[in-house]
Write a protein that binds this ligand. Sequence first.
Ligand code: MG
Length: 475
Amino acid sequence: MNHTTALGLLTLLLVLSFPSEPASAAPAEAETRPNVIVIFTDDQGYQDVGCFGSPDIKTPRLDRMAKEGRRFTDFYVGAAVCSASRVALLTGCYPQRVGITGVLMPKAKIGINPDELTLAEVFKQRGYATAVVGKWHLGHRPKFLPTRHGFDEYFGLPYSNDMWPLNKRRKHPPLPLIDGEKTIEENPDQSQLVRRYTERAVDFIERNQKRPFFLYLPHTMPHVPLHVSEKFKDTSPRGLYGDVIQEIDWSVGQILDTVKRCGLDEKTLVLFTSDNGPWLIYGREHAGSALPLREGKGTTFEGGFREPCIMWWPGTIPADTKCSEMAATIDLLPTMAKLLGVELPKDRILDGRDIMPLMTGQPDAKSPHEAYAFYKGRHLQAVRSGQWKLHFPHDYHKVTASGKKGKRTRGERAKIGLSLFDLANDVGETKNVADEHPDVVARLKKLADRFRDDLGDTATKREGKNVRPPGRVGT
Ligand code: MG
């Protein structure tokens, strides 16, 4: 071996042993990689947090989180049901764009498409440790599990907690509790889920305190059937539903305390919200309240789509403030990608936008959404722009009697005609002002047509031009 070859080999060895850091992971930038924790409850109503106006549920930890952070009063989910809402959060797209528009049942053969970029995969591109602890509900067949979609770890249920043999209305197989990709228990004791999820989440934070991490904590509760641990039983004047929220509040406190104990408070963004509004047919003892909003889960009224949202990141998000600009779960992925310098794929449309200016409270920051779409399945039922929301004629389920002891309550099919609501003055969508504002109606109709062209609409028999299929078993 001559001298030049030896030198060349030495150089190669050095390069191999000390790979140069990619520009994105330079030390200065490492400091700007915050940890991110998303706490996503299930079927919690807009009013079911103290600082969002609950008269009978105590949430001291969430209230403190809001005091130290920022409340978002006009924060939307992608759909008023579980799976569709979750796919929106994790892909930054309207559910109609990515093909999961309803609720996946244990028989489902579809799930999140492996070609979609998930929030976890964005974080992975910057070397984050990633975990989901809780309810997944984006497909339970192996190829759809979180571990195949950017999450290093998974502990929780693959779908809703009512999809189990004790559900008398439908026949379901045993409900699996999964660790990684393995079922470790069937039909787990649901009264222990909040505690077990919390312990697992705390353990994940402690194990990864020296590197950036993304923790997604989608609680199973307060989706029916409600269960609470002994310690929180009968602690709320609101009954079992209140007890469950108070246990979740305890859990939020455990997470925030762990972040502080690890000295990570100024390096960690924590976001709290719910996947959709309260399931009102289960009555007052077993369902939340969306007041002062209209209706709840399963509808395109504000009670279905608008959720209590708190963001906390001491030193970056201003304390004790609120933001009333329109923002949504679909915004999280593009916001994080921009913050981390991760380039988004150019071959597809994402619907979310960067909301960091709203999060950091920059003066005059406005919602990046000219309009927001409210679909039920593939039916475009309403659109909001600024203070105005226009409903197109549609049916909905109206709850007409109060249920007792977790029994489903009666309701009736109700109809709404073309209606314009001024959310700035009528957040409860009670007074149709379409006749007074024909110009606004015309403008919102145009915006709706754009959504129809793009995402489709069964009511007007329009195929969307830019929709992508869900993942399917066997493809
Ligand atoms: Mg839900």
